[in-house]
Design a protein around this ligand. Structure first.
Ligand code: AOF
Ligand code: ZN
Length: 352
């Protein structure tokens, strides 16, 4: 319910209302993928008279929700509509938002970021302008592109947004030589990882990690949606008794041997020259817009080597192994560091 979001801002004019629209948009996180998060605010005489956001994939866009929420519809003709993304111009699951705006003859429209979806790009804007409505663009655009980085990456780079995550010792090991990596067990860092899992469409591990850690790869310590689980198991050696195959969530097994579906587990056969790019294309085709890669070292390294990553989040604990499986090395310098709790530091990286 948008009304529970308090509105207060030190930003001036257009930016204040656009920030409000960004906050509203974020309420759709976890539910709208592979669509973008979009928020909309309608302002009359410097007062918000309507609000809405894209709440769920397949349902109404932000603009009709906001327009519908205005009690006195006559005010629309004297109002400014703030929307974080260029209104759509295509007949999708709902009619074009640009047409709705034109129909209601809003006085002015302020757009945050342009939509790079080829169905929309520039068309929504020009349709509104042509009708004589005054339009301003590019308000808080960087913030909006960051908020929707998963969506923009899929559309512009034609692959899912990729986040790498691992935990390492102070001396740079990701696991002991026997693959034991359960050394990192801070309540806070685990909860954070579960939150991250709710934020992405899919989560992936390699064969060794699936076998040695027997992870559930769900988000039981945070409210939200469990991601699709993805595992690489070339020769189908993983035990069917692993948590990954407990049927609690959809699991995709990329392998060299067979195709098939049993319950919530799907086997996808790929040729011997296993390419991450074709795996990513298959995931994208299945509606996966973002992928969290949780290990192990070999899988993480192949993503890094091929430049197929957007963010990395690395935990460093206080312990050291002296010996073990080395953590991946990042080709760029960290963007920042954060203390998670007394024992754990998070270092984060961004590509480009
Ligand atoms: C808007 N307002 O709130 C959103 C937009 O499948 P559909 O019909 O829902 O269309 C999805 C596309 O529409 C999506 O890829 C993006 O280009 C745009 N999303 N547009 O005017 C919104 N969510
Ligand atoms: Zn729309």
């Amino acid at each position: 319910n948008p009304r529970v979001l308090p509105f207060s801002s030190d930003l001036p004019g257009d930016e204040a209302f656009m920030q409000r629209a960004i906050d509203l948009a974020s309420l759709g996180a976890a539910w709208v993928s592979p669509n973008p998060m979009v928020g909309c605010v309608i302002v009359h005489n410097n007062t918000i008279i309507g609000e809405g956001y894209h709440e769920r994939y397949g349902e109404a866009h932000a603009e009709p929700n906001a327009i519908k929420s205005v009690k006195d519809q006559r005010l629309l003709q004297e109002a400014t509509l703030y929307v974080t993304l260029e209104p759509c111009a295509h007949q999708g699951k709902t009619p074009p938002c640009a047409d709705l705006i034109v129909k209601h003859q809003l006085k002015r429209v302020v757009i945050g970021a342009m939509d790079s979806n080829p169905l929309v790009a520039g068309k929504g804007l020009s349709r509104i302008r042509k009708s004589g409505i005054e339009v301003t663009t590019g308000v808080l655009e960087d913030k909006i592109r960051w908020q929707n980085r998963r969506f923009f990456t899929r559309i512009e780079k034609n692959r899912p947004y990729i986040l790498l995550k691992w935990a390492q010792t102070t001396d740079g090991f990701i696991a002991r030589t026997n693959f034991d990596s359960k050394w990192i067990s801070s309540v806070l860092s685990r909860q954070l990882v579960h939150r991250w899992r709710t934020e992405e469409d899919a989560i992936m591990v390699g064969t060794h990690t699936a076998h040695h850690d027997n992870p559930q790869l769900n988000a039981r310590d945070w409210y939200g949606k469990d991601p699709i689980r993805v595992v690489v198991d070339r020769h189908l050696r993983l035990s069917p008794g692993l948590n990954l195959f407990d049927g609690s969530q959809q699991t995709l097994v990329y392998n060299h041997k067979r195709d098939g579906i049993t319950g919530k587990t799907q086997w996808i056969k790929v040729d011997d020259s296993f390419h991450l790019k074709s795996l990513l294309a298959d995931l994208q085709q299945k509606g996966v817009q973002s992928l969290l890669v949780e290990g192990g070292a070999a899988l993480l390294e192949s993503f890094i080597r091929q430049g197929l990553w957007d963010e990395a989040r690395v935990f460093t604990g206080t312990g050291s192994f002296g010996l073990g499986i080395p953590a991946p090395r990042m080709p760029v310098i960290p963007q920042g560091r954060m203390v998670i709790d007394t024992d754990i530091l998070e270092t984060y990286y961004q590509h480009d």
